[in-house]
Structure formats: C-alpha cells, structure tokens
Design a protein around this ligand. Structure first.
Ligand SMILES: [Zn+2]
Ligand SMILES: [Zn+2]
Length: 369
C-alpha cells in the first residue's frame, strides 16, 4: 500500500496527549515542509480547514478482532464511533479554524494534536452539508409558524409553475383542469390580496367537484377539512373567493376554453386517441402520451388568462363560522357523533345510519342520498 509521507508538523505548547482537551481553545501552528509550501496558497482565505495527522505516540494495541474503545466518560463503543487515537491506521482528522498564514506556517485554533505531531494532509473544509441542515432547521421553524409561507410567496410572485407542482402532490396527476384551478385562484388571491390562515376568514366556493377544485384547495388553503371550502353542486367549472364581506370574486372557465387548450396542444389529443381510444400499449407511445400530457398541463399556465376565464364580482350569502359542538354517543352503535347529526328517537340519540333516516353523500356524481 501507498506509504504516507508527512507534509508538516504541529507546533504548540502541549507535550502530553492527556492535555489535548485544552488545545481545543488554544492556538497551534501547522508548520508545512518546504516542498509543500506552494500547496498552502489560499488556505488563509478559508474559515475552516481539515487537518489529517498521525497519532505518532499511539501504538496499535487492540487484539485482532476487538476494535472497541473506552471513552473518557467510561463508555464502551466501536473505534469507528469514536475519535480515539488507538485506531487501525492511527490517523487523526480535525476541523480547525484558520487564524492566519505566514509563509509555510498556518496558525489555527481547535487542533487537538500534541507538539511534534506529523501532519499528513490539509484540506479545505466542506461545510455545505451543515449549512443545508441549518437551512432545513430554519425552514422547519418558519413553516411551523406559518405552513403556507412558501405558497404565499409563490402566489404573490405569480409562480404558477411551482404552485402546480405542489397541487400535483395532492391531485396525483397533472392536467389542464388542475392548472386552471391554480391559475384562477392565484389570480383571485392577488385581486383580493387574500391569505388563508386556516381560520375560515377566507372562503372558496367551488361549483363542481372536478380537477379544478384541487388547484383551488392548494392555492387558497381553503379545504374540506378546515371548513372554508364551500361546494355548490351545480356542475360549473367556477370558483368564487370571498373574505366574508358579502362580496365575492368569481372566476369561471369560458365555454370555449377547452377548445382553446386543445388547439394549443394538438399533440396530446393524438396520443390520447392512440392510448385511450385504440388501447395502444407500445411503451414509447404511452411515454409520449404522458409527456405530452404534462407539457399540456404546464403549458396551459402560459395561455391567455382572458381566453380561459371570465371574471366578475358577485354578492355572496356568507355562511356563519363552522359551529363547534359536543359529540354525542349513538345509543345503538356506541360510536361518537357530531351533535348536529344526531337523531333523537324517544329521547335516545341515534346516528344517521342507525336511525335508518339516510344521509347525504358527496362523490364523483355530486351530492346525493
Ligand atoms: Zn386532473
Ligand atoms: Zn349508530
């Protein structure tokens, strides 16, 4: 195997390995041998460097097959889980802070190696991993305060491409309907200067349960679960936003919007006819069908808004904030039920299924019994 040659030596006041702890805060000089001085060029411009060195005072004492070490605190662990100087190749590595460089002398802090330690290598320290972690931590904190902070920024910037990707996570595929939901509500949110905080102050009314509705939910934050999505079962591809002031901004797809999208992306219809119509399962054709579908969805975002939609201000019958009420227990099935859905028969509470009274269902056919 390649023989390691020291490139320099550590100079400091610490003569004994037991004292290296105190070195974490004191200064050391890495004296680089003349042959390697040119290798130090610009090391002084880095905040941190990695120093590789040889534990020249250590002997490899571990019996073959036992690479456990006992730490200062008495904990037993594998040598590779430790920074112990007793290790197979007696190589130490420490990240140090650079103070200055004078010729072949590099002044640093944080180097836990005794005076006279042979230095094997010096490297620029790659801190990007930790910076990314910091960003992630920061992002998580911000998001916990306001989970919609990114979406809010994207709405204000009109970045419908990014919003469509987010909406796709919920919707499961990309399609012009979803794209239209994103476009319509991004525009609507800008016009109203609205933001949803999950407290029902902003309401979205959709007039049919189709792909558009998922774009509406993502962009407005008005959803089925937070009671700010209202459903008019009238079968129109339209959405109205209101801030509960009785005024609504309604956006409806124009009757010729589908034709406009189709003629703008003719490729998709051909593949659709092949794959869905003629059941062509040639992998290349199927792949082209999918690709052209995605292109058409994202392409829809770039089409002329006024050819896709009509907009208007409308008067809105604003519903009250969702009531919060105690649950009751069904006397028959024993399951807990929202009080507003309980039927009282001879003083006894029953849920709708148990009472035999029937209930409403919302599915692909709209609302029905
Ligand atoms: Zn869809
Ligand atoms: Zn029941």
């Amino acid at each position: 195997m390649y023989q390691l040659k020291p490139v320099g030596v550590v100079r400091n006041k610490i003569k004994h390995p037991d004292d290296v702890r105190t070195l974490k805060h004191s200064e050391s000089v890495v004296e680089v041998y003349e042959d390697y001085t040119s290798g130090l060029h610009l090391t002084e411009s880095y905040d941190y460097l990695d120093i590789l060195f040889n534990f020249h005072l250590s002997q490899i004492t571990s019996a073959a097959g036992d690479w456990m070490v006992t730490t200062r605190s008495g904990e037993k662990k594998g040598v590779f889980a430790s920074r112990s100087p007793l290790r197979p190749n007696l190589i130490g590595v420490t990240t140090v802070k650079v103070i200055e460089r004078n010729g072949n002398r590099l002044k640093v802090t944080g180097l836990d190696a005794v005076d006279g330690t042979p230095v094997l290598d010096i490297k620029a320290c790659d801190t990007s991993f930790f910076e990314d972690l910091e960003m992630e931590k920061y992002h998580a904190t911000v998001m916990k305060n306001n989970p919609r902070v990114t979406i809010r920024k994207q709405i204000m910037a009109g970045d419908t491409g990014k919003l469509l990707i987010e909406a796709g996570k919920m919707h499961g595929h990309f399609c012009p309907g979803l794209a239209m939901g994103v476009m319509a509500t991004t525009h609507g949110m800008q016009v109203l200067d609205a933001e949803s905080d999950g407290l029902e102050d902003l309401l979205a009314i959709v007039e049919t349960n189709n792909c558009l509705a998922d774009g509406v939910q993502l962009v407005t934050g008005c959803s089925f679960g937070n009671n700010s999505l209202i459903f008019y079962d009238v079968g129109k591809t339209a959405v109205t936003l209101t801030k509960r002031d009785g005024k609504g901004y309604r956006i409806i797809s124009r009757p010729d919007s589908q034709a406009y999208i189709r003629e703008s992306f003719p490729e998709f219809d051909n593949y659709y006819e092949e794959v869905v119509g003629r059941k062509n399962r040639d992998p290349e054709v199927v792949a082209a069908y999918r690709r052209s579908g995605v292109e058409r969805s994202f392409g829809t975002l770039k089409l002329d808004f006024d050819r896709l939609f009509d907009t208007m201000w409308v008067d809105i019958d604003v519903p009250d904030y969702a009531p919060s009420h105690e649950d009751e227990i069904c006397s028959r099935c024993g399951e807990s039920v929202m009080a507003s859905r309980v039927i009282k028969t001879e003083g006894k509470a029953e849920c709708l299924p148990c009472s035999g009274n029937g209930f409403l269902v919302l599915d692909g056919h709209g609302i029905h019994t």
